[in-house]
Design a protein around this ligand. Structure first.
Ligand code: F6P
Length: 565
């Protein structure tokens, strides 16, 4: 069950010092850093967590009937209800004190001033500049006018392929941040149409099946591939780009001008040109925008193509509204600050290991995948600003799936399993179509039932009411018991449109900043993933150290399978 003796899953070196550590990296923010467990509020929070560990959500409501109003916040039309979390006024005030002691206000100022909060790479993390919310640290890559002209030409049918036919299909080839954000937003916002003027697809995996599926419904003469890769060096993307080129060549002939079927979003102009993309079709993005924060930049090209420029601008405006809220609202009413603090409370004080994200919208089916990269690639780290190792747990394992589909699959564990699972319900209300209303009611019902649970007496009485005899009801009732008390946040928005999606995505971006700041880690690098990439390269090339015995025998077995053995 839940574990309040923090950070049990890994053996982790304890930070040795209680002293304020001079920050050797963030030289320009001047905000001193102390590991969070050395801040006075940390101890208060530990005490409060022990007191609340066995308090049920219903008991919290009974003790404070006004908590539904007290523990809700609003930013524009985005409404967040935290009252089903295992928090009370004292824990919220201690969490706000923790934010103050950690110098979060200075951190937010540094972020918006474009200081080098990405301290290991000595860069700003100024994705908010792309939504007009702060100055760009430098102009390079932030102007999207070339992207916009290209998308206009595409949408007006002015771009022709090698055989003179109009381009009607855009296939984005990219992975990670060069895929997940635009894919999520395009799925959520593309109007449903049986005959779109421009079809947009996304391919990420090196598994040939994904590209093959898209190619099977594509025409070489009318298809444009956008190679989206900030680095233009990502193995999966380059392999798929090569495969796309071979497919075009096979369909259009060796002498066709294949350059008419490619564009790229990348900062590696030379590498893109070497691949065969014309210089005026390579769209850069700023270096101060990390991959998983890049949907707002030129990486949004396929999204803009799918939804149009004005919807893309509404998407930016929604994110900009959340930036302004985060930057200017006192922490007592600040939505990303609360999201970050309550997540930290669940992770570090109540000992929950995961965060389940449950969008009640088919259009948001890739929201959990997008959030996994955003949250786990950002805060799935252990080394602090001062070079020491964290003594507290950092990012939870983020996972999820859409409602109501998940209700018929994994919700059983929430009701009767042995684990506490904090959940974010994301609920666009939409119109009064009865099926839409049913969807929304289901989200509310799940959050309510998971908090309330069902005790033995209620279970027994329900069975008796159904006509079951006393003995049978006694036998079966324990199997109907549900302890409840699963904490959740419900995020409600009027509808799933470009503005509100932008707001929602920026909310999570800033929540991650809040947590990373307090933990003292850098949310904006990703050195960890390089290890796996190096290993994949070494195995593919046969160079480097001999693989371990397990890996060597797996490789040998795979070779046998390939030969039909
Ligand atoms: O491997 C991780 C990563 O670098 C992500 O951070 C990034 O979003 C993704 O790969 C794709 O990178 P690129 O856009 O350079 O191909």
């Amino acid at each position: 069950m839940e574990n309040s003796s923090k950070y049990s899953a890994f053996t982790c070196a304890q930070t040795q010092t209680n002293a304020i550590v001079t920050n050797t990296f963030v030289t320009d923010t001047k905000v001193p850093f102390r590991p969070p467990q050395h801040l006075p509020a940390w101890t208060m929070l530990q005490q409060r967590a022990n007191e609340l560990a066995n308090t049920s959500g219903l008991a919290l409501f009974a003790a404070d009937p006004a908590r539904a109003a007290r523990l809700t916040l609003q930013s524009g039309a985005l409404y967040a209800d935290f009252s089903k979390q295992r928090i009370d006024a004292a824990s919220v005030s201690a969490l706000l004190q923790l934010a103050a002691e950690a110098g979060l206000e200075g951190g937010v100022r540094s972020l918006f001033k474009g200081e080098r909060v990405n301290f290991t790479e000595q860069r700003a993390a100024a994705h908010m500049a792309l939504r007009g919310s702060c100055p760009a640290p430098d102009a390079k890559g932030s102007d999207t006018s070339a992207v916009r002209s290209f998308v206009h030409a595409l949408q007006r049918g002015e771009l022709k392929g090698a055989s003179g036919q109009t381009i009607r299909h855009l296939v984005n080839i990219g992975i990670g941040g060069s895929d997940l954000g635009p894919r999520l937003a395009a799925e959520a916002l593309t109007p449903v149409s049986s005959a779109p003027r421009l079809k947009v697809d996304f391919v990420a995996n090196i598994d040939p099946r994904e590209l093959d599926e898209v190619l099977s419904r594509s025409e070489p003469a009318t298809t444009l591939f956008v190679i989206s890769s900030k680095s233009f060096s990502t193995a999966e993307t380059l392999a798929n780009a090569e495969a796309a080129r071979s497919w075009l060549r096979a369909g259009l002939g060796d002498s066709a001008d294949l350059g008419l079927h490619f564009a790229a979003v990348s900062n590696a102009v030379t590498a893109a040109a070497a691949f065969g993309v014309a210089a005026d079709r390579v769209f850069p993005l700023p270096e101060w925008v990390g991959g998983r924060y890049s949907v707002w930049s030129a990486i949004g090209l396929p999204l803009m193509a799918a939804i149009g420029e004005s919807a893309f601008d509404a998407f930016l405006a929604g994110a900009g509204a959340m930036d302004a809220h985060f930057r200017d609202t006192p922490f007592e009413r600040n939505l990303p600050v609360w999201m970050g603090l309550i997540g930290l409370w669940n992770t570090d004080f109540l000992g929950f290991e995961t965060l389940g994200v449950l969008p009640y919208a088919h259009g948001l089916r890739n929201f959990p995948a997008w959030l996994q990269q955003l949250e786990m690639e950002s805060n799935g780290k252990r080394t602090l600003r001062d070079g020491s190792t964290t003594a507290v747990a950092t990012s939870p394992i983020v996972w999820g799936g859409v409602g109501t589909v998940g209700q018929h699959a994994f919700h059983q564990l929430f009701y009767q399993g042995t684990r506490g699972v904090p959940l974010d319900f994301i609920v666009p209300v939409g119109d009064d179509n009865p099926r839409q209303c049913g969807l929304v009611d289901n989200a509310f019902a799940q959050a309510a039932a998971l908090m309330a649970g069902r005790d033995l007496d209620t279970a027994r009485a329900a069975l008796r009411q159904r006509g079951m005899d006393q003995a049978a009801a006694e036998r079966l009732a324990p199997h109907l018991v549900s302890p409840g008390n699963q904490p959740s946040t419900t995020l409600l928005m009027p509808q799933l449109d470009a503005f509100h999606l932008g707001q929602l995505m920026a909310l999570y971006e800033h929540k991650i900043f809040v947590q990373g700041w307090i933990w003292g880690i850098n949310p904006f690098d990703q050195y960890g993933v390089e290890l796996g990439k190096d290993m994949a390269r070494a195995l593919a090339s046969g160079e480097g150290a001999t693989p371990d015995a397990s890996t060597a025998s797996l490789m040998a077995m795979a070779a046998r399978f390939r030969q039909g053995g």
